[in-house]
Design a protein around this ligand. Structure first.
Ligand SMILES: [Ca+2]
Ligand SMILES: [Ca+2]
Length: 385
């Protein structure tokens, strides 16, 4: 279900489905905080009953990958991609930017660490086995790339994101205004809380009637893998490999669930932006945020890195595979080719009952041209020798 992106192409069929779902949602949604310009949500399914509470779940039906673009649309787009995406300059311009920055990089020492786990919470995602991985030193962005930073890139290059080129992107249903919602005639069958919204893009995260004026220090969203790579190239950087990302997230702690340890709420304090309440109908935002939070929110891990887990999913370099061996590897970069790219860390939409993927070993995937309102990135850089 996680990889399905079947759409209702019949407006009548879809409307019946949505009406049914909406009727269930409306029973409980009235107490949900919905911030039009700044904060909300989680993926909820009216098509699937939840086990609720904080009980561990092996569910893989989170819709994490339901935001893939359909193959036909992708193919049509790719034929005109060269025209829309001219060669971008690769430079150090970003590092010399006179503009205020929210980001900086930290050099990580690398060495040998244990990647993955022998106790997978979601085995079908390929979280196991635990294996020894050796990494060279590398630099990594301290924060997720913010709207302010992405705006510098766009202003400098005129870059148009794939969400803008396609003309739509996926937004959580309860974040969309009624005015916009009434014109939407398709939904993702496996994850009906995701709706493709015309005019949703990084400048309009919850639809064309929203903006980022109060979100400049929040992570940029609706960024495809291709967009993320374009930004990193412009900044003289790369996307981190999955191994680099997981090493960084673990922060030097071996065999822990989260970047800070095994307890989700140490000293009863929130350490990450995920979903509290009943997913997807009631977001109590006990962590302070219903949608994205500023990239500097919450304490960093021991490597000084913020929001590796939660807030927004982060693209990595690697193609997706669920087949791993226990063999020790050095600087792994994933399969040579594939259909999907790996994303890590989970997002503000993750709840344990539904998408327990806000863990170091957790992983999910999307096609490289996919985008959504909970998907962003950060960049890496090799250490010059
Ligand atoms: Ca939250
Ligand atoms: Ca994150």
């Amino acid at each position: 279900m996680c990889t399905s992106a079947v759409l209702f192409h019949s407006r009548h069929c879809m409307m019946k489905w949505l009406l049914f779902c909406m009727s269930l949602l409306l029973l409980t949604i009235t107490n949900s905080p919905i911030a039009r310009s700044g904060e909300t949500e989680s993926p909820g399914s009216c098509a699937k009953s939840q086990n609720g509470g904080d009980e561990a779940s092996s569910s893989s039906s989170c819709g994490c990958s339901a935001t893939n673009r359909d193959a036909e649309t992708s193919e049509r787009y790719k034929k005109s991609q060269d025209e829309k995406h001219p060669e971008l300059p690769s430079s150090e311009k970003f590092l010399e930017s006179p503009y205020p920055r929210t980001n900086q990089m930290v050099q990580l020492e690398g060495g040998v660490f244990t990647m993955g786990t022998d106790k997978p919470e979601i085995p079908v995602d390929g979280e196991s086995p635990a294996r020894q991985v050796e990494l060279d030193p590398f630099w990594l962005d301290v924060y997720e790339v913010s709207n302010a930073e992405f705006e510098l890139f766009v202003n400098d290059t005129g870059y148009k994101t794939e969400a803008e080129a396609f003309g739509d992107s996926f937004v959580l249903e309860i974040m969309i205004s009624e005015e916009i919602k009434k014109d939407i005639d398709s939904a993702v069958a496996a994850a009906p809380w995701w709706l493709p919204v015309k005019g949703a893009d990084w400048r309009h995260p919850f639809g064309p009637d929203t903006n980022i004026s109060r979100l400049m220090d929040h992570p940029v969203v609706h960024i495809s893998w291709n967009d993320a790579l374009a930004y990193c190239k412009w900044a003289g950087r790369l996307l981190p490999t999955e191994a680099q990302w997981e090493y960084a997230s673990r922060g030097g702690l071996a065999n822990r669930l989260f970047p800070w340890g095994n307890k989700l709420l140490p000293k009863d304090e929130h350490r990450t932006n995920i979903w509290q309440g009943v997913f997807p109908t009631n977001n109590t935002a006990e962590d302070g945020y219903t949608a994205t939070s500023p990239v500097k929110s919450y304490p960093p891990n021991k490597f000084g890195l913020y929001n590796m887990i939660g807030n927004v999913w982060e693209w990595t370099h690697d193609w997706w595979t669920t087949r791993h061996t226990a063999e020790r590897k050095t600087n792994p970069t994933g399969p040579a080719s594939g259909k999907d790219k790996v994303k890590k860390g989970g997002s503000y939409m993750c709840h344990k009952s539904y998408c327990y993927r806000y863990r170091n070993a957790a992983r999910s995937q999307n096609t490289p041209d996919s985008s959504a309102s909970n998907l962003g990135f950060r960049c890496s850089r090799p250490v010059e020798t």
